[in-house]
Ligand binder design. Structure first.
Ligand SMILES: [Zn+2]
Length: 431
């Protein structure tokens, strides 16, 4: 019995980094993706060629739909699932008024478990197959999140959000709780190829120096763990860090002093980073996550993409729920385009798609497993329907090239067009 499955449709992915390689975008109309019995990509290419090569394969015909590598969300808060679209205020006001109460609700383990299932389903339904997630402050809620990801197939990197000062007491951990919760959750990821742990100090003002020191020790003792946190999002936040850590020369230096800056570090936002901070991030191999709808929603600023790319800092995209306004990373790509337009940079379809797929996978050092259709990688992808929306179909028909069609899709399509998402070749959501 031949266990290969052949998906036919229009394929679009990146062979390399379009910021460095002009021909990195590959679009194959009437293409095919061969998936082996282990859920890995066996081959991709023109449909007739693969049909001849795998004549016995089970065939799934996606018709005119586009097959695109699973999206990579580099920053999203699980306990802010219901904190979206909260009115008023910039970052620090918004945290106090809207976010902390929403996060406190995750003390209820039944509520947290139900929400974990919905959270994972929402990401998969949006075409996201890999996510780096700020978890809850509570161990049972995080255990439920890892369990939901394992059941569904979502590739999850997550960690307990750590805070022991400057918040409602119900959200603050003791040092023992922070350490014990982190170590127990790390153990849940052992032997699970699609689950990874991220040590997650919220931001410097939410953590005592002792807790930041513990995070540094954990990172040193667990070389496979990630470190995720926030940096340089909002002027009020930056001023608070400067006042709280007067001995540090800048925001990044606070993290550096506790051993938190290295190649497994992912820093969210970096809107107002100085040249010194950017140089240090580049030297240390940190990645930075850009969250456009969140930045616009909270009035935080415009992400200086060029300043990061020219230094070789890997950039990943994030929805940043609940400051972000949707679970669709695809929608974030369209907003990233507008944010760069305001700064005089016109991103093309190749660069936008890269930021949401292969670029994100590289930033998380997961590009051996996901991000494009290279043989050997997990068959994580989604089908984007182009026929159901009459306007979209008519607009695409007027495009002069396949690249232009992709550019239109990046702006005009959204989660409503995600017809099916596959993880390791297995369908995980369908509408
Ligand atoms: Zn955040």
């Amino acid at each position: 019995m031949n266990a290969t499955t052949l998906h036919t449709g229009t394929l679009a992915h990146l062979r390399g980094d379009p910021f460095a390689q002009p021909d990195a975008l590959e679009i194959i109309p009437d293409g095919a993706l061969a998936v082996d019995a282990q859920g890995r990509i066996a081959a991709y290419g023109p449909g007739p060629e693969l049909l001849a090569r795998f004549p016995e394969a089970r065939r799934i015909d996606h018709g005119p739909d586009w097959l695109i590598p699973g999206l990579v969300d580099g920053h999203i808060h699980f306990p802010q699932f219901y904190a979206t679209a909260a009115p008023g205020g910039q970052l620090l006001d918004w945290l106090e008024r809207s976010v902390f109460p929403a996060e406190a609700a995750f003390q209820d383990a039944d509520f947290a478990t139900a929400t974990a299932g919905r959270f994972v389903a929402k990401l998969l339904a949006s075409g996201t197959t890999t996510a780096l997630v700020f978890g809850s402050q509570y161990y049972p809620a995080n255990a439920a999140l890892f369990a939901a990801a394992k059941r569904s197939g979502l590739r999850l990197i997550a960690g307990m959000t750590l805070m022991d000062r400057n918040g409602p007491s119900v959200l603050l951990q003791t040092l023992d709780q922070a350490l014990d919760g982190t170590v127990r959750l790390m153990a849940l990821c052992e032997g699970e190829p699609r689950l990874h742990y991220a040590i997650t100090p919220r931001w410097p003002m939410a953590c005592t120096e002792t807790l930041l020191g513990i995070c540094g020790e954990l990172l040193r003792d667990h070389p496979t763990a990630y470190l995720q946190t926030h940096i340089n999002e909002n002027p009020g936040e930056i001023a608070a860090v400067a006042a709280g850590f007067p001995e540090s020369r800048d925001y990044l230096d606070v993290y550096d002093r506790y051993g938190l800056v290295g190649p497994s570090t992912v820093l969210a936002h970096s809107l107002h980073s100085t040249a010194r901070e950017l140089d240090r991030m580049a030297g240390a191999g940190c990645a930075v996550c850009h969250c456009p709808t969140s930045n616009l929603y909270l009035g935080s600023g415009l992400f200086p993409l060029t300043r990061h790319v020219e230094r070789g800092i890997p950039v990943i995209m994030g929805t940043d729920i609940g400051a972000g306004t949707g679970f669709s990373l695809w929608r974030e790509l369209a907003e990233a385009y507008k944010v760069q337009q305001l700064q005089g940079l016109g991103l093309d379809a190749a660069r936008l798609l890269y930021l949401g797929t292969l670029g994100g996978a590289k930033a998380l050092r997961l590009d051996h497993a996901t991000g494009n259709f290279a043989p050997g990688k997990d068959a994580d992808f989604f089908a984007l329907a182009v026929g159901g929306d009459a306007y979209l179909a008519a607009r695409l028909a007027r495009c002069g090239s396949w690249e232009e069609r992709l550019f239109c899709l990046l702006h005009l399509a959204g989660p409503a067009q995600v017809r099916a998402t596959y993880v390791q070749g297995r369908i995980v959501t369908i509408f």
